[in-house]
Design a binder for this molecule. Structure first.
Ligand code: FMN
Length: 442
């Protein structure tokens, strides 16, 4: 089993003020991130990860007030300097950073990842997203979201360019020969000459080849087109915290997409997003989750749901059809997956809901209430083992959306990991030199 820790939401939506969260620190104090990295490495996790977005949520009521007031997907910072700082106080753990193939340029991104891979000595993963949110797109020159399928066409081409750039310097291209003064071998540096639909890049990358050559690529598409892109792009896939039958369905769809591309499904794992709270007793874990549930004002719930679905739910009528609402969201080029999809699966797409019922489900969604594993280490280990086997025993879990960071991360490192080790499910030492070796090759 592989394990990561997702710290994306640790300072947002009420979590930052829960007992045991950010003690003596305020976001984005780098000392807190360094401490987090040390704890995660004590637990021998594969990687620490953060998602990202580059806009301020402003879908709810058509303005950003609730997001700013209650810290909903705001504030955020670019992850790369934070990863560098964390890498300086650790030796083994990897770092997963999120960038958008819709907004970034592949030359800049490939070069940045190469530099980070050098600085961390081969511990970088990049999570590529297409960005499903209008407020993000508005900062990069778009009036509307690019069409869903076109976003994935661009992601695949973006990946082609990055790969060609990372391969443009062969692993032994550098000489640094003090006797002769020769720095590089010109025969081992290659052009790229990419002329595609979205990008025109000559190459080569003007950097030395990095420890991993190519950083580990992660991708979290959930729609049929997104899953096809996962099969093309990803070394390792990232999956949503859906009900187990939906995860089994995604695993099957990914396997088919991988086979269609001639890739071996046994070699491509999925890290399932897994919100969790582990404590000495089940009662304590559930009480902590309930406390977070109470801490979130209605306005924050509305801002969170509206941003993620790309639809202003403040405009919902008193009573409406779930199917019609979902169709409207899909037509706007936001993702067909996510909350509405999962709610339709749960209560039936044909259901009519009242506003009050919708927001009750929404509050649970906003803190991942139904998908959070809250309990003792033994109880959580049982559920992880069950989910691991049901989804093909490849990959593992991205533990996250915890109530309090670092308290819950300490629970992961000191309670859950030893339990999984006792069961022979998790490493007892890092065996690889790089993230690629630890996550993909062992
Ligand atoms: C676990 C997980 C993490 C994600 N992280 C981000 C993120 O940080 N930023 C972002 O814009 N999208 C993020 N997404 C959205 C996905 O990249 C993707 O758009 C989503 O799963 C919907 O699938 P689709 O694009 O195939 O419709 C994440 C999705 C999942 C399941």
């Amino acid at each position: 089993m592989h394990l990561g820790y997702d710290f994306s939401y640790s300072h947002m939506a009420g979590r930052w003020r829960m007992p045991g969260a950010w003690p003596g620190h305020i976001f984005p104090d780098i000392e807190m991130f360094e401490e987090m990295a040390r704890i995660a490495e004590r637990g021998m996790l594969d990687l620490i990860f953060s998602g990202d977005g580059t806009g301020v949520p402003d879908t709810w009521r058509g303005n950003r007030d609730a997001a700013v007031e209650w810290g909903v997907n705001w504030p955020r910072q670019d992850l790369n300097p934070i990863a560098v700082a964390m890498s300086r106080v650790t030796r083994h753990i990897g770092f997963g950073l999120t960038y958008s193939s819709t907004f970034m340029h592949p030359y800049y991104t490939a070069r940045l990842m190469n530099s980070l891979d050098h600085l961390t000595r081969g511990r970088i993963a990049m999570n590529l997203v297409t960005s499903t949110r209008r407020s993000d797109a508005a900062n990069f020159g778009f009036d509307e979201l690019m069409e869903h399928g076109a976003r994935y066409d661009r992601m695949e081409e973006f990946t082609d360019v990055c790969r060609a750039l990372w391969d443009s310097a062969e692993p032994d291209a550098m000489l640094w020969d003090r006797a002769t003064g020769r720095v590089g071998d010109p025969r081992k540096i290659h052009d790229v000459h990419h002329h595609g639909q979205f990008f025109k890049v000559d190459g080569p990358l003007n950097t030395p080849p990095s420890p991993q050559g190519r950083p580990v690529l992660i991708q979290a598409g959930g729609s049929p087109r997104g899953i096809r892109a996962s099969a093309y792009v990803a070394d390792h896939v990232f999956g949503a915290d859906m009900a187990l039958p939906l995860q089994i369905r995604q695993r099957k769809a990914l396997d088919e997409a991988l086979v269609a591309l001639g890739r071996d499904p046994e070699k491509v794992g999925i890290l399932w997003q897994t919100p969790m709270v582990v404590a000495e007793t089940r009662g304590e874990a559930v009480a902590r989750l309930d406390q977070l549930m109470q801490a979130l004002p209605d306005e924050a719930v509305g801002a969170y749901l509206s941003y993620n679905s790309g639809y202003d739910f403040s405009r919902l009528p008193e009573r409406f059809s779930l199917r019609e609402l979902h169709q409207e969201i899909i037509a706007s080029q936001a993702s067909p997956m996510g909350f509405l999809h999962e709610l339709s699966e749960k209560v039936g797409a044909a259901t009519e809901l009242t506003r009050a019922e919708f927001f009750e489900h929404g509050r649970r969604e906003a803190i991942n209430y139904d998908t959070t594993m809250a309990g003792t280490a033994a109880e959580i280990a049982d559920r992880l083992e069950e989910a691991f086997e049901a989804t093909g025993s490849r990959g593992g879990f991205m533990l996250g959306h915890t109530v309090s960071m670092p308290l819950d991360l300490i629970g992961i490192a000191d309670l859950l990991v030893p339990e999984l080790q006792r069961r022979g499910r998790f490493r007892t030492e890092y065996t690889g030199r790089t993230l690629r070796e630890n996550l993909l090759e062992s």
